[in-house]
Design a protein around this ligand. Structure first.
Ligand code: SF4
Length: 289
């Protein structure tokens, strides 16, 4: 059902905690015609969801074709499919990027790495955006698409992270209302700048902070998903459960279960959401139809 298409590799940002640029090299983009041909073939053999992947896909650029131009070309390909972007870094997007999401083929979901809600920590991390830029970007989207799903990565316990800086992260995360947060405890990587920084945080404190983010993330996930009750979704069925029910994801990347039914795998179904359920059998907090 889902086909991952790599559009670039490498990164030249050198965030202070990350070893990727040293091991994967500088950012290199794949030729756009090659990507388009690959995607068209994938659609032609029946894949319904195309996921664009890479190390830093927002920096895609090949022969004058930028990331936004590439997406525009992809969503105009013929066929019944949808496009999802994998993790992106919050940088360099214009209004054109926001408007691209008016096309129903482009899923209203972005996994946009925040890493910290503290300006000072972001600077120590050598990230390339400020909190206000990040917020401005989110606001633009939420104004145009109120239900847009923003998910993110947050690193807790970065060297020198004070209680006050950590609280800033909690505040910003709450303000944004993420649909999901991947929390990582900072871990040292030999050969990075952060590994040599003073103020390494004890594991116990990292675990406590991680738990606090997780608790907040769970609360936000529930309130975000509740908004879909009574609304329509386009479910792509990925599998049928032995215990009954067809399972898959809607365009907002929320798991959906169609209870008591069997539906052919790799089929789109337009559904209306009945309820939010905590389904332990299938290990999902999802939407029931
Ligand atoms: Fe590049 Fe991402 Fe690593 Fe930063 S965290 S250096 S943007 S790959």
């Amino acid at each position: 059902t889902r086909s991952a298409i790599k559009i670039q590799d490498g990164c030249d940002n050198f965030c202070s905690y990350c070893i990727v640029p040293s091991v994967r090299g500088e950012a290199v983009s794949r030729p756009d015609h090659d990507i388009i041909e690959n995607i068209q073939k994938s659609i032609d053999i029946g894949n319904k969801e195309i996921v664009l992947t890479g190390v830093n896909i927002s920096r895609y650029e090949y022969g004058g074709t930028k990331f936004e131009d590439l997406i525009e070309k992809i969503v105009h390909l013929p066929g019944d499919f949808r496009v999802r972007l994998s993790s992106i870094e919050p940088e360099g997007f214009t209004n054109k990027f926001v408007r691209l999401f008016e096309n129903p083929k482009l899923c209203p979901h972005l996994h946009m790495c925040l890493q910290s809600g503290s300006e000072a920590v972001l600077q120590r991390m050598r990230r390339f955006y400020s909190i206000s830029q990040y917020m401005e970007f989110i606001e633009q989207f939420k104004k145009a698409f109120p239900l847009f799903n923003f998910t993110t990565d947050i690193i807790v316990g970065f060297p020198g992270e004070t209680d006050a800086e950590f609280k800033e992260t909690l505040t910003i995360a709450k303000q944004i209302g993420f649909g999901h947060i991947h929390t990582f405890k900072y871990s040292r990587r030999s050969g990075t700048k952060a590994d040599m920084m003073d103020g390494q945080i004890p594991e116990k404190l990292k675990s406590e902070r991680s738990e606090m983010i997780r608790t907040l993330a769970d609360e936000m996930k529930i309130s975000y998903r509740r908004q879909f009750i009574g609304k329509g979704q386009r479910l792509l069925v990925e599998r049928n459960s032995k215990k009954g029910g067809a399972l898959g994801y809607g365009e907002y990347y929320i798991p959906i279960i169609l209870k008591g039914c069997t539906v052919d795998r790799n089929t789109f179904v337009n559904v209306t959401i009945n309820d939010l359920i905590n389904d332990k059998e299938h290990n999902l907090l999802g939407l029931e139809i």
